[in-house]
Ligand binder design. Structure first.
Ligand code: 6GU
Length: 235
């Protein structure tokens, strides 16, 4: 999978090269390009934003900078727009990014992320891109971040860990929270008693059926307690 990020803060994306994601790069499972939007500015001040039409607070990122930047980054080896690319725009005004989104994106060949700051990017940038590629405007949750960079780190991590060969144990993400629509229950390791607290005896019983049923119960109970919105309503 090829990932590209366009941002005015390339340093913010440095964590992509650390730990599990860095290993995925080293193993050749993904490759990552981070591009500085200011490289596509045409004035001495390297201006990327301007006042909003219609007035109001904040600034809007300029289509005359974003357009050429995306033309270049969305291009395939032949210089033409790569029709297979998915363009992702992180924005608190987007559709919600969730585990199902991560699963779906994990099958993509190429994803380009366009990180906006300030009050957003001129909408025509995405209306224009959508004439050539698939565009998804997504939010990672109901709160407002300063820009899309941290959201990109979140989304890339959620997607890349699903790629074959990235996680040590391939069975492990089939038991993730959300893969069955429920939260994961508690986990324990040795010692069996620690600071007077005991591991639930069922986990020491060796009865795999009983353990599986207990874990499902724990998942249900935790989901009821913490995320009742994930359960079917009882009416
Ligand atoms: Cl994807 N971007 C920004 N700037 N804020 C957010 C977000 C994304 N998701 C939630 N808040």
């Amino acid at each position: 999978m090829r990932l590209d990020v366009v941002t005015i803060f390339p340093e913010y994306l440095e964590p992509l090269r650390v730990a599990l994601l860095g290993k995925a790069i080293d193993k050749g499972l993904i490759s990552v390009g981070v591009h500085n939007l200011r490289d596509w500015t045409h004035d001495v001040h390297k201006a990327v934003d301007d006042a909003p039409y219609g007035g109001g607070p904040g600034m809007v990122m300029k289509p005359t900078v974003w357009g050429p930047a995306l033309d270049d980054v969305l291009a395939g080896p032949d210089g033409e727009t790569d029709p297979d690319v998915l363009l992702v725009v992180p924005t608190p005004a987007g559709r919600r990014f969730d585990q199902a989104t991560a699963q779906r994106w994990s099958k993509e060949k190429r994803i380009v992320f366009a990180c906006g700051r300030y009050e957003g990017i001129d909408q025509r940038v995405f209306d224009d891109a959508a004439r050539r590629v698939r565009v998804e405007e997504v939010s990672i949750g109901d709160y407002v971040l300063i820009g899309g960079e941290v959201a990109v780190l979140v989304m890339v991590e959620a997607v890349v860990r699903l790629l074959p060969g990235v996680l040590g144990n391939q069975a492990s993400h089939q038991e993730d929270s959300f893969s069955d629509g429920l939260l994961e229950g508690p986990s324990y390791t040795r010692p069996a008693v620690w600071r007077d607290l005991e591991v639930p005896p069922v986990l020491l019983s060796g009865d795999h059926g009983k353990v599986a049923r207990w874990r499902h119960e724990q998942s249900l109970e935790r989901t009821r307690e913490r995320r009742p919105d994930l359960l079917p309503s009882d009416d």
